[in-house]
Design a protein. Structure first.
Length: 311
């Protein structure tokens, strides 16, 4: 077990309600149907866009995300894509529903508020079981992908990550089994293809466990088409780092237990290359904890891969 270094639930540096333009606040209040009396900024995640639970005078609550096309174009485009994808998800998928959208100088998403919490850190087995159950529901409901969703394949979207091992060679030339790990990563396109919508960004801050125990998946910015087991595997990285026996979990889960061991190693090797490269990038001023998060994830995946391979 290695201690997660980022302040869980307090990793984001976001825009807050008083700093949105007055005309935008007024527009949001009209869509909510009542004046906003309280705004709770959401501290989890690693992006600087506005993301707050708004409580209105009439008692209603709304989850609203917003980013400026001028000042935060990357994140505004990401929110626009999230809106497109949320609108295409069937009601059977446990994702907060998109209720309205503004796509102008600002991109603003109004979604259902889910009363709940993120899984605790360190991860507990009960929370992990509930989140993996949700992964299995989503994989079933999103195989094949809904018509018109128009997603890239995981092989295309992740293709550049194979080359990240060149960075590892240059920066960590003494890393044991480097060439073997890079070769594993190079085989990823052969093992992860499929026609399931894969979220690709599942970690504790993108799950919500409702007060009724239901689990919701949030932040549908980066889905792709791939194998139905990939999200379940990616979900295990944090729990592995927090000390849970995730190889035992793999042996019990319907989407993972029959996946060839080599295929799991291939995907772990791909993640290692990605995280080892990303952690050496400059720290963004608007996301001060993202590199330590990525560094920890890389170390977790590397230790896990080495243990599985007997390195």
């Amino acid at each position: 077990m290695t201690t997660y270094p980022a302040p869980s639930g307090r990793t984001a540096r976001r825009l807050e309600w008083p700093f949105l333009p007055p005309n935008l606040r007024a527009w949001i209040e009209r869509r909510c149907g009542s004046p906003v009396v309280d705004a709770q900024s959401q501290g989890a995640g690693f992006t600087p866009g506005f993301a707050s639970v708004l409580t209105c005078e009439d008692g209603s609550r709304h989850f609203v995300k917003a980013a400026s096309m001028k000042a935060q174009k990357l994140f505004a485009v990401s929110y626009r894509e999230e809106a497109r994808k949320l609108a295409a998800l069937p009601e059977s998928v446990p994702a907060p529903r998109l209720r309205w959208l503004l796509d102008d100088d600002w991109v603003v998403l109004g979604m259902d508020h889910v009363e709940g919490r993120n899984p605790g850190r360190p991860w507990a087995q009960d929370d992990l079981d509930a989140c993996l159950d949700a992964c299995e529901v989503v994989a079933r409901e999103l195989t094949p992908a809904p018509a018109g969703l128009a997603l890239d394949t995981i092989a295309d979207e992740f293709a550049d990550m194979v080359g990240f091992w060149d960075h590892v060679r240059a920066t960590q030339p003494g890393l044991p089994h480097l060439d073997e790990a890079a070769a594993l990563a190079g085989a990823f396109a052969e093992v992860c293809s499929g026609d399931t919508v894969v979220h690709t960004d599942l970690r504790d801050d993108n799950f919500l466990i409702g007060t009724d125990g239901a689990v919701w998946m949030c932040d549908w910015n980066w889905p792709v088409l791939g194998a139905d087991w990939v999200d379940s595997l990616f979900t295990l990285v944090g729990p592995r780092g927090d000390g849970l026996d995730v190889d035992r979990v793999i042996a019990t889960r319907p989407l993972l237990r029959d996946v060839p061991s080599e295929h799991i190693d291939v995907m772990l090797a791909l993640l290692v290359g990605y995280f080892f490269r990303q952690r050496d990038e400059p720290v963004p001023t608007n996301s001060p904890h993202i590199r330590e998060h990525q560094s920890w994830q890389g170390d977790v995946c590397w230790a896990w891969l080495c243990e599985r391979r007997g390195w």
